[in-house]
Each structure stands twice: as structure tokens, then as C-alpha cells.
Design a protein around this ligand. Structure first.
Ligand code: ADP
Length: 483
């Protein structure tokens, strides 16, 4: 155990303001390190019963929390931000241990997560309403904005700290309470955040963390319990659909950050070295396991071979291994299913004529060599489905019209990227891409000051920026007569 502060790892869930080491079911589950297979924690396997209790307590506590001033809530979020930064090393260690990403990258995730806590704490003071000139002489019209109430949050394993931070920060900032269910692979980062929230002075019933393996049961309680007013989810489109169906009965509000199938386009006039550098980040960050990872790389015919050679040479240098080892930039895949999908996508592509420029094979355990494939075509699985692993397939194209059509030919619409220098073309392509986010001459777009989110089947709602606060607010119109 490398933690300086061991109390960041409670062997308990946090329900209704209480740390609980045992589940109603009496069951437990293990959290393992994907790099080694070692068990790093054993937690109570909680379910619908604990979820319902957490919701009741959150519902009761939320009224007083909403009555506080924005500045009071901001003060607690400020302290939480500072604690996250102060404990960044330990929080990074927890991330690397439970999901495998290299420690330096994990530390970056912690600071990224903390930046949302800082940003939304600041925004807590700026939840402005509006006055509207009356439509009759004796009328005064006002618009106020109020917290939606108790929010259910379901988060994935790929950013176990930041995905929760960027949901709980806006929720708490505006006066909501939250019942959170982290992914079963990575509950420890969520628990550590809750420990720090408690130290920052957050009334504990406002934030429950359900540790459990039965996602469907916990999800049903969150969707069908009338005290939950909103669900915020980051994960697969498949599970997002289930949650939206379940929430339909009660017209539950939904924020959904779902899957992507990001195109990364390199035009003939691009700065090729910059494009290679951007592709390394957009494709291989987090070992290809982010929803904004480039999934399809389209390269214009004039630079196709040159780009392929440069990218393959750069990728061959990336070192894969245990995230705690020196010099490692790519960790393991998160589990056996993730590895199997990567292997299947590469096998399918090769069977249909793709050639391996580098990688293309497993390295033992859950490790897979970073891979560049030449000769990718739209018929291949990796053109339609998110690979979520370290595989860069290169598609050749000739014209702008062709690549726009190919890039938009997917039900997803989260992130997209392109490299070009002609300014008119930059505008035209940026406007034509059917995506919630477009990286232009950059492979890294995420920041707390900008609205992150997708269109089409990649989701709805935005996280970050002043737009991100809207997801947690209701608009109320007051009409005052007889003035
Ligand atoms: P991933 O492919 O990233 O694991 P998932 O969408 O399967 O994405 O998981 C994201 C989160 O959704 C996890 O916390 C998981 O436990 C949870 N989850 C999975 N199935 C359901 C479900 N039916 N209802 C609610 N949550 C679910």
C-alpha cells in the first residue's frame, strides 16, 4: 500500500450519511488491479435497499442545502478542490491501482476532476435569473432558477475520479443532493472523493456512494424512485437507452454522456508532425479507453503514406506496462472483455485486408501492443463500433465531401478532430461535422471551461462551462400582478 493517507481507502460504502462496512445482502465483492490481477480492496455489495435509503436521506438533507447561499456552498467546494489537489498523489495512486492508467496520467485526471469542482464552486454564486418587462401594466415578470433536487449519478471506470467530480460539483454547487453509483471496477476513487467531501464540510447525507455490482438493480431504483428528479449518466449508449426507457414513466430529467466513434481527419495541407502528435493524444490517451478517443483516422490520399509511416514510428515507441512503472505511457485494458473486443476488431480488420504497421498483438495479461492498421475500410467492425483500445485504423480518402460523408456516417456524435490549414476549409469542415465537439489542429479538447457533450446517440446535456450548470437547474417563472 503506497498511500500516504490510508484513510482515503475506506472499506465501506457511504449511505445516508453513514459509512457502512456491510451490505444488506451480506455479500461482498473484490476490486482488482488490472495490471496484476491482485485484489486491492473488498467492499460491501450494496443494492436497491441501500439505494432507497440513500435517496430518502438525500431528499431530506437537500432542502437545507438549497437554502444556503451560493457563497456558502462555494466555500465547501473550494475546500474540496484544495483537498483534491493536496491529495493528488494518493488519488492518482488509487486510480492507477483500480483501473491501470499510468500514474502521471492518473494525477492529471485528479487535477482535471478538481478543476470542475473549482469551476462549479465559483459558478454557485452566479445562478442568475431574469426579469422580463410585463405584458400588462400591473404585471411584473421574473424568472428564477432552482436546483432540480436529488440527482442519481452513474459513472464509468475510465475516469473514476473526474467523471464523478464533474457531476457532483455542479449538482452540489446549485443546491442538489446526489446518490452516486460508481462502476463496479472502480469504486475506490469515488469513495476517496467522498472522504474528502466530508473533510471539506459537506453534510454527508448529500452525497451517497453505493458500492455494488448489480448495476441494473441500483439503476432501476434510481429511475423508479420518485424522489430522484434527475439521472446523470456517463457510459455506453446501450445502458443510456435502458436508463432513458426506465426514466420515461416519470419523465425523469436525463443528462447522458454516451459512446462516441470519433473521426480524426488529416487533410493534405495539414502540419503532419502536429497531426501525428495530435493523433497520439486523441487515440492513445488512457490506452484508447475514452469516449472522445479517435476511433477512425481518415487521411487524405496525398499524405496517406507519409502520415502512416510517421504515426507507426511514433506509436512503436510507446511503452506499455504496469501504470506504476517508470516510463510507461500505456497501461493494461480494464478487463478481459475489453481485451477481447480489441482482439476481435483487429482480427476482423486483418481478415478484410488491413495490414499491421506496428503492434497487432497481445502482450500477456490485459496488455495489448499499441497498433496502427493501414487499409481500413467502412465494412470493418472498427469503422462502426467504438474499439475502446489502442488501435489506430487508417482510412484513405480523396475529397472533402467524401470524408464529411464518411465521418458523419455513424449514429454517434460526440468528439471529432481534424487537421487542416486552409481557413475557409477549416470553417466549412467544422460546421459540417455532426458532432458536439470539434478539435481543430489539436487532439486534446477537454477542459472545465468548455461545454463537453454529444449529439445524436452520443447523448444530451453538457458538462463544464456555464452551460454545465443548466443540467442541474429548473427554470421557474413568477408572474406578479396587481402592482
Ligand atoms: P462501460 O462499457 O464503460 O463499462 P457501461 O455503460 O456498461 O459502460 O457502464 C457504465 C456504468 O453503468 C457502470 O457504473 C455500470 O455499472 C452501470 N450500469 C451497467 N448496466 C446498468 C443498468 N442496466 N442500469 C444502470 N446502470 C448500469
Amino acid at each position: 500500500n503506497r498511500l500516504a493517507d490510508k484513510s482515503l481507502l475506506p472499506a465501506a460504502g457511504l449511505i445516508a450519511g453513514e459509512w457502512r462496512a456491510a451490505a444488506a445482502s451480506g455479500k461482498q465483492f473484490n476490486v482488482t488491479n488490472p495490471a496484476t490481477g491482485a485484489v486491492i480492496a473488498t467492499l460491501p455489495d450494496m443494492g436497491a435497499a441501500e439505494t432507497a435509503e440513500a435517496i430518502d436521506a438525500a431528499h431530506a438533507a437537500q432542502v437545507e442545502w438549497a437554502a444556503r447561499t451560493g457563497k456558502e456552498r462555494a466555500g465547501i467546494l473550494r475546500k474540496l478542490h484544495d483537498l483534491m489537489v493536496a491529495h493528488a498523489d494518493d488519488l492518482a495512486t488509487i486510480i492507477t491501482a483500480e483501473m491501470g492508467k499510468p500514474w502521471a496520467e492518473a494525477r492529471g485526471e485528479v487535477l482535471y476532476g478538481a478543476s470542475y469542482v473549482e469551476w462549479f464552486g465559483e459558478e454557485a454564486k452566479r445562478v442568475y435569473g431574469e426579469t422580463i418587462p410585463g405584458h400588462q401594466r400591473d404585471k411584473r415578470l421574473m424568472v428564477i432558477r432552482q436546483p432540480v433536487g436529488v440527482v442519481g449519478a452513474i459513472t464509468p471506470w475510465n475516469f473514476p475520479n473526474a467523471m464523478l467530480a464533474r457531476k457532483m460539483a455542479p449538482a452540489l454547487a446549485v443546491g442538489c443532493a446526489m446518490v452516486a453509483k460508481p462502476a463496479e471496477q472502480t469504486p475506490l476513487s469515488a469513495l476517496a472523493l467522498a472522504v474528502l467531501a466530508e473533510r471539506a464540510g459537506l453534510p454527508l447525507a448529500l452525497l451517497s456512494v453505493i458500492t455494488g455490482t448489480d448495476g441494473p438493480a441500483i439503476g432501476k431504483e434510481l429511475c423508479y424512485n420518485p424522489k430522484i428528479r434527475k439521472i446523470t449518466f456517463t457510459g455506453s449508449t446501450e445502458v443510456g437507452r435502458i436508463l432513458m426507457r426506465q426514466g420515461a414513466d416519470q419523465i425523469k430529467k436525463m443528462s447522458m454522456e454516451l459512446g462516441g466513434n470519433a473521426p480524426f481527419i488529416v487533410f493534405n495541407d495539414a502540419d503532419l508532425d502536429a497531426a501525428v502528435e495530435g493523433a497520439l493524444i486523441a487515440k492513445f490517451r488512457n490506452n484508447g479507453q475514452t469516449c472522445v478517443c479517435a476511433n477512425r483516422i481518415y487521411v487524405q490520399a496525398g499524405v496517406y503514406d507519409a502520415f502512416a509511416d510517421k504515426l507507426a514510428a511514433a506509436v512503436a515507441k510507446l511503452q506499455t506496462g504496469d501504470g506504476f512503472a517508470e516510463g510507461v505511457v500505456l497501461g493494461p485494458l480494464v478487463d478481459g472483455d475489453a481485451l477481447a473486443k480489441v482482439e476481435a476488431h483487429v482480427a476482423d480488420a486483418c481478415a478484410q485486408g488491413a495490414s499491421v504497421l506496428t503492434g497487432g498483438k497481445g502482450l500477456g495479461g490485459l496488455f495489448y501492443a499499441p497498433t496502427v492498421l493501414k487499409g481500413a475500410t467502412p465494412a470493418m467492425r472498427l469503422a462502426r463500433e467504438e474499439t475502446f483500445g489502442p488501435v489506430a485504423p487508417l482510412f484513405r480518402f480523396d475529397t472533402v465531401e467524401e470524408v464529411i460523408r464518411l465521418a458523419n456516417d455513424t449514429e454517434f456524435g460526440l468528439a471529432s478532430y481534424f487537421y487542416a490549414r486552409d481557413i475557409a476549409q477549416v470553417y466549412r469542415v467544422a460546421e459540417a461535422l455532426e458532432y458536439g465537439m470539434v478539435g481543430i489542429n489539436t487532439g486534446l479538447i477537454s477542459t472545465e471551461v468548455a461545454p463537453f457533450g454529444g449529439i445524436k446517440q452520443s447523448g444530451q446535456g453538457r458538462e463544464g462551462s456555464h452551460h454545465g450548470i443548466d443540467d442541474y437547474l429548473e427554470t421557474k417563472y413568477l408572474c406578479l400582478g396587481g402592482v
